[in-house]
Design a protein around this ligand. Sequence first.
Ligand SMILES: Cc1cc2nc3c(=O)[nH]c(=O)nc-3n(C[C@H](O)[C@H](O)[C@H](O)COP(=O)(O)OP(=O)(O)OC[C@H]3O[C@@H](n4cnc5c(N)ncnc54)[C@H](O)[C@@H]3O)c2cc1C
Length: 273
Amino acid sequence: MGKGIFVVTVPDQGTIRKVAFEILSEARKIATAKSEPLCAVIIGKGVAALAGKFAPYGADKVYVVENDLLENYTADGYAKALADLITREQPSIVLAGATVVGKDLMPKVAARINAGMAADCTAIGLDGDAFTVKRYMYSGKGDAGKVDLTEAEVIVSGGRGMKDAGGYAILEDLAKVLGATVGASRAAVDAGWRPVSDQVGQTGKVVSANLYIACGISGAIQHYAGMGTSKVIVAINKDGEAPILSKCDYAVIDDLFKVVPPLTEEIRKLKAD
Ligand SMILES: Cc1cc2nc3c(=O)[nH]c(=O)nc-3n(C[C@H](O)[C@H](O)[C@H](O)COP(=O)(O)OP(=O)(O)OC[C@H]3O[C@@H](n4cnc5c(N)ncnc54)[C@H](O)[C@@H]3O)c2cc1C
């Protein structure tokens, strides 16, 4: 048995990135299923003060890797420090966010300890004792049945309100019954919940669907720039003041997690009739 599920975070100017807490929450389920401790690993100079932040997200233990030489991020220095810890403690798996630092650091650590690595994963699970991960191939373009966003007539799009990558399961279900393509806001893409190819907006794809359903999307101008010409815009948002509500044709002001599953069921029934 391994000695824990490790979740690594490199604080950015004294702040722990939100993605570390999101990974911890997902990793909690894995640690419980495997009966292994969930361990947060925090690395840098003067980072011990942040160690107390992880317990509310389910961490059983925190490893603090501190050294004056770790004051500024360097790939080699951080990779050595982390690889030494992993070699000593022998965790079952080491997880980190796909941030700029995470993407730079983890391949180097994997090379040092001669381990495999999966990049840009959006979900983790277990198949018996083995770990399974979900990752998009070719930035999501490898999905055979998927109509490209720019061609799609119906789009079901999710933003930060989806909470995490797993939240998109209900949008995938809705998209399936509608024959729609799933899109995302930049906030969701930046969080690593969806591939870049799903991003709608000024710096993403410009779409013009017959029906655009925006779930948990505030409707920032940069998002609207990418979908505002859609014929019918439906917003599902729990905030009655969200900007998207003044730009949509129909609005449901409620928690999307309460609204979307029954909506999917009703459409499924209608289609079956
Ligand atoms: C130069 C530049 C380019 C940009 N390009 C893009 C781009 O291409 N595309 C893009 O999308 N953004 C882009 N942005 C970012 C944009 O400004 C916004 O930050 C982003 O669109 C916000 O994403 P969001 O609506 O998902 O998140 P938020 O603004 O955080 O909104 C989340 C919404 O979800 C709602 N919500 C939360 N929980 C629930 C729930 N349970 N049920 C229902 N509703 C819920 C909230 O009320 C809120 O309205 C760009 C920004 C800049 C500066």
